[in-house]
Design a protein around this ligand. Sequence first.
Ligand SMILES: Cc1cc2nc3c(=O)[nH]c(=O)nc-3n(C[C@H](O)[C@H](O)[C@H](O)COP(=O)(O)OP(=O)(O)OC[C@H]3O[C@@H](n4cnc5c(N)ncnc54)[C@H](O)[C@@H]3O)c2cc1C
Length: 430
Amino acid sequence: MRHVAIVGSGPAGYYTAETLQKADEIAIDVIDRLPVPYGLIRTGVAPDHQSIKAVSRRYEGVALTDNVRFVGHVSVGDDVTIDELTELYDAVILATGAPNDRPLEIPGAGLKGVIGSAAFVGWYNGHPDFAHLDPPLDAPGVTVIGNGNVALDVARILAKTPGEFAGSDIVAHARDALAKSGVRHIQILGRRGPHQIAMTPKELGELGHLERASPRVDPADLPPEGDDAMLEPGMRKSVTHLRSFAANPVAKPVTIDFDFFAMPVAIEGEGRVQRVIVERTRLDADLRSHGTGETYAIEAGLVVSCIGYQTPPIPGVPYEHGRGRFANDEGRILPGLYCVGWARRGPTGTIGTNKPDGARIAEMLLEDIGRGGGKAGRPGLDSLLASRGISPVTFRDWRRIEEAEIKAAIDGAPREKFTSIDAMLAAIGR
Ligand SMILES: Cc1cc2nc3c(=O)[nH]c(=O)nc-3n(C[C@H](O)[C@H](O)[C@H](O)COP(=O)(O)OP(=O)(O)OC[C@H]3O[C@@H](n4cnc5c(N)ncnc54)[C@H](O)[C@@H]3O)c2cc1C
């Protein structure tokens, strides 16, 4: 019997398990620090994008196969060390994602009201680490830093009316806070121009159909239309949306302004953020941005920085500090230790990108470990955890948590999530 531990139950973890479980003589434990599975599918993907979240049904299918087990509420690095896991399993795969915000390194970034997107997104999605965030939504201005899909998610969630959340699983504390929000002007800052965005057409197009909010683009920021021909088709579509926002400004009570060629250089305020100081940029021939020296201020009571994520280091695991991920050679970290998904590649790509990644790591690992080395595997982990008084959450437990969440849903919503670990555990009688 071959014993494999996958640390992390997000897309990368379950896609890897999906390939592994087809092999003979294998037992796979999927370990997660939370009592609930699926990683960013639950806590990252926007609550008003339920069709995307539906991919979790596929992971459920994997989780329910005989040779795959969910070991929830066990934090690797805290409850159990990497050395202990590599001792117990033939292979350990780190699929821990990249849950930490890349720091915004400008003066004033520590002011109250300056929040990273991991925290802000975690707050509206009910991640237990961020349930108490209480972001300030009282001032009319919000600055969103970054030109990727996460910035779009954040802007859209801030702009929606309560009615527009119908059918979503946005959590109660965020639903209530956003219903009372005083936010009226959302400014999305990008250091470069419309041709350098990392925003996909569907997400960008949605901004054009919001009830009380309208996107605005300065026509002067757009390159000549003929230049769009050199873009790949998806990007061309995205830029077409920007052109349409520029050509057809619509007056609505909430504005979402795309501020291109704009680099935040400082954040100021008395005790909390009040304004962002922005420097105009220009691009060089290699499309790198450079400050021009021209600055201006934007009033903002909340700043959400969506500039990327990092994998937190785990003691004993080689780490690539510059790129914020585990040091690895095509997924191999050390003998018996692998990584996959965002923990391997860094925070890029869609959910689907993790599928071939998981399959490749699984195949490589099966070749590496051969028939296995007579390791203790599951029973070994169980007795180690029991000796520490740790009782993991099983997949059956998770389904009871899920049932309770579905039962608590408000009209039309798929579920009302528990937002604390205590509440999750209480739902299974602990
Ligand atoms: C805000 C946001 C929105 C997104 N929206 C979309 C979208 O609409 N469509 C799309 O295709 N992609 C989207 N993505 C990208 C997608 O979520 C990622 O590609 C994918 O989740 C990465 O998978 P992963 O398994 O590597 O990491 P994750 O999904 O982050 O999973 C990592 C798991 O590891 C667990 N873990 C971490 N550390 C430990 C530890 N020490 N011990 C035990 N467990 C641990 C975590 O609890 C988590 O469950 C979005 C990403 C973000 C951030």
